[in-house]
Design a protein around this ligand. Structure first.
Ligand SMILES: [Zn+2]
Length: 177
């Protein structure tokens, strides 16, 4: 991982999530201010629990923006696109394979088993659109072009969340913050 998690990153992600970010190995994407937007979590949590959502959205601003899209019924449109648009369908399958390859590389590096999550990516891939949070996290970690639905979500929420515009409010309760 190019950007391994520091103690400060882990503390910040914990603040953002409101819980300790178990299994966090790296920051996968950062806001322009440096705060984590999405973190990379190992395929097995420290207690051995299989964890398929390798790219995990932590930015509360992003989580909120995506929740608005999930609530307004757009998921159905996205699922229909994946079902009926050949290009989107193919790109979404590719996103699924990218996700699995990314995790496999991580699993080998940290020595985790993928036995219980083999073939499982996240967000409903490769045929459904079930969790836009997971899908946006992939887009933030892997960049535009990795997941067609993630790209659409990012465009749709640009007024509320944009990785190049800091709207972060989470702070650490420590001197120097
Ligand atoms: Zn920020």
């Amino acid at each position: 991982m190019a950007d391994p998690a520091t103690d400060r990153d882990i503390a910040m992600a914990g603040k953002q999530l409101g819980r300790y970010p178990r299994g966090m190995v790296a920051v996968g994407a950062r806001c322009v201010c440096g705060r984590p937007l999405a973190v990379v979590t190992r395929p097995q949590l420290p207690d051995g629990t299989p964890f398929p959502t390798t790219c995990y959205l932590t930015s509360p601003e992003a989580v909120k923006a995506v929740s608005h899209v999930e609530a307004d019924g757009t998921m159905k449109d996205y699922t229909e696109l994946v079902e009926h648009d050949e290009q989107v369908h193919a790109a979404y399958e590719r996103a699924h394979r990218l996700y699995l390859a990314f995790r496999h590389e991580l699993a080998e590096r940290v020595g985790d088993s993928e036995e219980h999550i083999k073939g499982t990516s996240a967000g409903g891939m490769p045929v459904r659109v079930k969790c836009l949070h997971a899908i946006l996290a992939q887009t933030l970690v892997m960049g535009r072009g990795a997941n067609p639905i993630g790209d659409m979500v990012l465009e749709r929420i640009a007024d509320e969340f944009d990785p190049t515009v800091c709207r972060c409010t989470t702070t650490l309760d420590e001197p120097g913050e």
